[in-house]
Design a binder for this molecule. Structure first.
Ligand SMILES: [Zn+2]
Ligand SMILES: [Zn+2]
Length: 329
């Protein structure tokens, strides 16, 4: 065997070891992911929100309900993305589809010994072919494909919103005396006016000022003196949520682009070559799976009803009802 052959075999062995490693540590990643989500959600619900709102405050109840709904969706979609099988061409119904003429099956997987429909790819970590494979996600210990892509996408979307809420709610406490919040107060003399934070240190006094018209004033938010533990908890939540938010601004918006243009991550890289080739010979590149942004969105989320533009983000137990075998004419 020549030196090149030895290098190739060595690289292949390292790659296989990496796949085994990802498969083995997958459950630990899931445990870490759930722990972080539960920790941030608990801190937000039981530490940060009670610091921000007084007991019995209607705005506090609204914030609590909205935050609970957001984190329920985060956990629901994470659970479903981990548990739902992305779909494989080795299943009987897909094999039947593939056997039918015109199913667009022109490829064959030698490892699974089954037909490989369009957009299906073999995952080295899962050791099987996956329908409409997007990527193998170590954080889910699962492949993201045809039946669980909706949950993966919605997990990113709700987590993005959850992180934004966490940063928004905790920032004023983390930065302490420099932060101010808007409060509705009663001013004396019936006049509308603004109260500067330097003039008024206690918002309770502001509310007692008089019985005149309603005014809007800025009151110092440092009325709540945080203990060291509370400050550590809010800082931890704020920093963690801000970091994840920044990462998701790239990852989630990237997947929004992929959904709107009917591409998976794998397909995007495959199309890149086709785009270059089309450009080289001077013809426009056409994605054969593109049905327009609305059709693409509806296809991925399997929501075609009247309220599809809201339904895609709502929790749904039933995975995608399609076969996952695109018809290519
Ligand atoms: Zn395969
Ligand atoms: Zn996989």
């Amino acid at each position: 065997m020549g030196i090149t052959g030895k290098i190739v075999r060595c690289c292949s062995a390292i790659e296989s070891l990496g796949d085994v490693f990802i498969r083995l540590v997958g459950p630990l990643y899931v445990l870490l992911g759930v722990s972080l989500i539960v920790a941030v959600a608990s801190l937000l619900l039981f530490v940060i929100l009670p610091l921000t709102h007084r007991a019995g405050d209607p705005a506090g109840f609204a914030a609590l309900a909205a935050t609970s709904f957001v984190f329920f969706n985060v956990l629901f979609n994470y659970f479903m993305a981990v548990r739902v099988d992305p779909g494989s061409p080795t299943s009987k119904d897909v094999q039947l589809m593939c056997a039918e003429a015109g199913a667009g099956v022109r490829r064959w997987c030698h490892k699974c010994r089954c037909p490989k429909p369009e957009l299906a790819h073999h995952c080295r970590v899962c050791r099987r072919c996956v329908l409409k494979m997007d990527h193998h996600c170590p954080w889910l210990h699962n492949c993201v494909g045809h039946r669980n892509y909706r949950y993966f996408f919605n997990f990113l979307a709700w987590l993005w919103l959850g992180c934004l809420l966490t940063v928004f709610s905790s920032a004023s406490h983390v930065f302490g005396g420099d932060a101010f919040k808007l409060r509705v107060v009663k001013l004396g003399g019936g006049a509308m006016g603004a109260i500067t934070p330097s003039a008024v240190r206690d918002p309770v006094d502001v509310i007692k000022i008089g019985e005149g018209a309603l005014g809007v004033g800025l009151a110092h938010s440092a009325e709540v003196r945080l203990t060291a533990d509370q400050h550590a908890a809010t800082t931890f939540s704020c920093v963690l949520a801000a970091s994840i938010f920044c990462a998701l601004c790239l990852l989630w918006f990237w997947h929004v682009y992929l959904v709107l243009t009917a591409q998976t991550t794998v397909e995007y890289h495959r199309f890149r070559e086709a785009r270059k080739e089309a450009k080289r010979i001077g013809v426009p590149f056409v994605n054969p799976h593109d049905r327009g942004w609305r059709g693409n969105w509806q296809e991925v989320f399997d929501e075609r009803g009247r309220y599809w533009f809201l339904a895609w983000a709502m929790p749904r137990i039933k995975p995608h009802r399609g076969t996952g075998v695109p018809i290519v004419t």
